[in-house]
Design a protein around this ligand. Structure first.
Ligand code: NAD
Length: 497
C-alpha cells in the first residue's frame, strides 16, 4: 500500500503519528493509498522550519523570487500529465477537466511571476514641506492554507504561489481524501529552486487544523471548504489573532430568461451542473426558469442528462466521473431520495447506474428535479453532486429575490439577450461572482475569487490583487532629512495656516 507522508523542509517526512486515513481510487472503489494524519508536533515541526526559512526568504528580492516562480511554471508544464493523473486517480474527475483545473492553478503561478510589479508601493513627494511619504507592502511571516477535496491542485494553487511570491513561507494542509497532488506540487517547487522550508505540506485532519489555528507563529490562515468548517476556521483564527479568509459552500442559481438562446443556456447548464460530477463550488445546482419556459427547459435538459456519458476519469469518452468517496455517494443519493419525499418531480433518476468493470466505483448518474420549491431541503442545502433542481418563477424580479434570499452567495448566472436585464442582474444580485451568458463565472488569476454571504467569511477574496493584499501588510513611512525646515517642538496638529 502506497504511504503518503508529509513534505517538510524540502524532504518527505514521516512524523510521529500512528493514525492514517484511507485514500481511494473513486472509479474502482479500491483503496490505493493511506495518508498519515499528522499530529500537533508534526505541524509544529513544519512551522519551526517555515519560521527559519522566512528570515531569508522575506529578504530575497521580488525579482529573484519571480525567477524561481518562472522556473516552477516550466516544471508544472513539463509534468502536466503526471499531475493530472494524480488528480484523476484520487478525486475521480475526468482527465480533461482535471487538466483544466490544473491550468487554472498554473494561471495563478503565471500571475505570481509578476510579483515585482504588484509589490510596488506608492510615493508622494512633499506631503509637507520637504517631507516625503511612501507606503510599501511587507510579508506577514508563516501562512497556512487548509483546502477541500474537490480541487486538489487548483485551490492550493490559489494560495501558496501568491503567499510565497509576496515573501511569506507556507504550510499547506490539503484534503485527506486526495493529498498526493499537493506533495508533488511542493516537490516541483523545490526542484525549481525554492529554498527548503518555504513550502511545507502537513497531511492530516482536525488535529492538524486545530494546531494551525492555535500556533502563535502562524500569522494568516486561508481556508476553502464547507460553510460550517469555514465559520469555525474564521472564528478560531480570529480569536488567535490571525488574519483569515475562509471560503465556504454554495448553491449557485442560473436564471434562464424567456428571451435567451435556449440551446446555449441548456449546454451551459449541462457543463455547469454535471461537470466534475457537480463537485464544484461554482457548480450551477439550481436552474431558475422564468415566465413560461419551464416545460421547454426541462424537456431539453432531460434529454441531455439521460445521454450523459458517465465513466472512469481516464476513459477519454467519459463526460462525468464518479464521486470522491462512498460516504459522499451515499450522501448525494440520500438527497435525491429526500427530494422525492419532499414532493419534487424527479425527471431523470441517476441513482441506479451500474458500470461494467467498475461495479464498486462511486458512480451516480445525472439527476434532474423539476418543481423544486423554496421550502425544500434539496433547494436550501448544498448537495455537491450531479443533481440539478429546476425552480419555476413568475418573472425576473422573483428570480432576483429568490437568489438574494438564499444563505449562500458564491456564483450565479443569467441567460438573456436583453442587455438591460443583464445589467440589472449584475447590479442587484447579492452574489460575489456573476455571469451574463457565462455558465461558470470563475474570475481569472489577475482578478480575485470569492463569494458573498455565507460563502465567504473574511474581507478579502483569493488570488489576484486581493491575494496580494491578504498576504502582505501595509507600512507607510513619512520622512524628512535634517536639512529640511522646521525643527522647533510642535504641540498641536498642523493647521490650515
Ligand atoms: P470540508 O469542509 O469537509 O473540508 C475542508 C478542509 O477542512 C479539509 O482540509 C478538511 O480536512 C478540513 N476539515 C474537515 N472537517 C474539519 C473539522 N471538523 N475541523 C477542522 N477541519 C476540518 O470540505 P470538503 O468536503 O473537502 O469540500 C467541499 C466543500 O468545499 C463544499 O462545501 C464546497 O462548496 C466547498 N468549496 C468552496 C469553494 C469556494 O471557493 N467557496 C471552493 C471549493 C470548495
Amino acid at each position: 500500500m502506497n504511504l503518503i507522508q508529509h513534505y517538510i523542509n524540502g524532504k518527505i517526512y514521516k512524523g510521529s503519528s500512528s493514525r492514517k486515513g484511507k485514500v481511494f481510487n473513486p472509479a474502482t472503489g479500491a483503496q490505493e493509498s493511506e495518508v498519515i494524519l499528522g499530529t500537533k508536533s508534526d505541524l509544529d515541526h513544519a512551522v519551526e522550519n517555515a519560521k527559519t526559512a522566512f528570515e531569508k526568504w522575506s529578504q530575497v528580492t521580488p525579482l529573484q523570487r519571480a525567477r524561481i516562480i518562472f522556473k516552477y511554471k516550466e516544471l508544472i508544464e513539463k509534468n502536466y500529465d503526471e499531475l493530472t493523473k494524480l488528480i484523476v486517480s484520487e478525486h475521480g474527475k475526468v482527465y480533461e477537466d482535471a487538466k483544466g483545473s490544473l491550468t487554472r492553478g498554473l494561471e495563478i503561478v503565471e500571475f505570481a511571476c509578476g510579483i515585482p510589479q504588484m509589490l510596488k508601493g506608492e510615493f508622494t513627494e512633499n506631503v509637507g514641506t520637504n517631507i516625503d511619504s511612501w507606503s510599501m507592502r511587507q510579508p506577514l511571516g508563516v501562512c497556512a492554507g487548509i483546502t477541500p477535496f474537490n480541487f486538489p491542485a487548483m485551490v492550493p494553487m490559489w494560495m501558496f504561489p501568491m503567499a510565497i511570491a509576496c515573501g511569506n513561507t507556507f504550510i499547506l494542509k490539503p484534503s485527506e481524501k486526495d493529498p498526493s497532488c499537493s506533495i508533488r506540487l511542493a516537490q516541483l517547487f523545490s526542484e525549481a529552486g525554492l529554498p527548503n522550508g518555504v513550502l511545507n505540506v502537513v497531511n492530516g485532519d482536525k488535529e492538524v487544523v486545530d494546531s494551525i489555528l492555535t500556533n502563535k507563529d502562524i500569522k494568516a490562515v486561508s481556508f476553502v471548504g464547507s460553510t460550517p468548517i469555514a465559520k469555525y476556521i474564521y472564528e478560531n483564527a480570529a480569536k488567535n489573532e490571525k488574519r483569515v479568509q475562509a471560503l465556504g459552500g454554495a448553491k449557485n442559481h442560473c436564471v434562464v430568461m424567456p428571451d435567451c438562446d435556449m440551446d446555449q443556456a441548456v449546454n451551459g447548464l449541462m457543463g455547469a451542473a454535471y461537470g466534475s460530477a457537480g463537485e464544484r463550488c461554482m457548480a450551477q445546482s439550481v436552474a431558475v426558469a422564468v415566465g413560461g419556459i419551464g416545460d421547454k427547459l426541462v424537456e431539453k435538459l432531460s434529454k441531455k442528462v439521460e445521454a450523459l456519458k458517465v465513466g472512469p476519469g481516464l476513459d477519454k469518452t467519459s463526460e462525468m466521473g464518479p464521486l470522491v468517496t462512498k460516504e459522499h455517494l451515499e450522501k448525494v443519493r440520500g438527497y435525491v431520495d429526500l427530494g422525492v419525499k419532499e414532493g419534487a418531480k424527479l425527471v431523470v433518476d441517476g441513482r441506479d447506474i451500474k458500470l461494467q468493470g467498475y461495479e464498486n466505483g462511486f458512480f451516480i448518474g445525472g439527476c434532474l428535479f423539476d418543481n423544486v420549491t423554496k421550502n425544500m431541503r434539496i433547494y436550501n442545502e448544498e448537495i455537491f453532486g450531479p443533481v440539478l433542481s429546476v425552480v419555476r418563477v413568475k418573472d425576473f424580479n422573483d428570480a432576483i429575490q429568490l437568489i438574494n434570499d438564499h444563505e449562500f452567495g458564491n456564483g450565479t448566472s443569467v441567460y438573456t439577450r436583453d442587455g438591460d436585464v443583464g445589467r440589472t442582474f449584475a447590479n442587484k444580485i447579492k452574489v460575489g461572482m456573476v455571469g451574463i451568458n457565462i455558465p461558470i463565472p470563475v474570475p481569472v488569476a489577475f482578478h480575485s475569487f470569492g463569494g458573498w454571504k455565507r460563502s465567504l467569511f473574511g474581507d478579502l477574496h483569493m488570488h489576484g490583487p486581493e491575494g496580494v493584499k491578504f498576504y502582505t501588510k501595509l507600512k507607510t513611512i513619512t520622512s524628512r532629512w535634517p536639512s529640511g525646515i522646521g525643527s522647533d517642538p510642535e504641540f498641536t496638529m498642523p493647521t490650515m495656516k
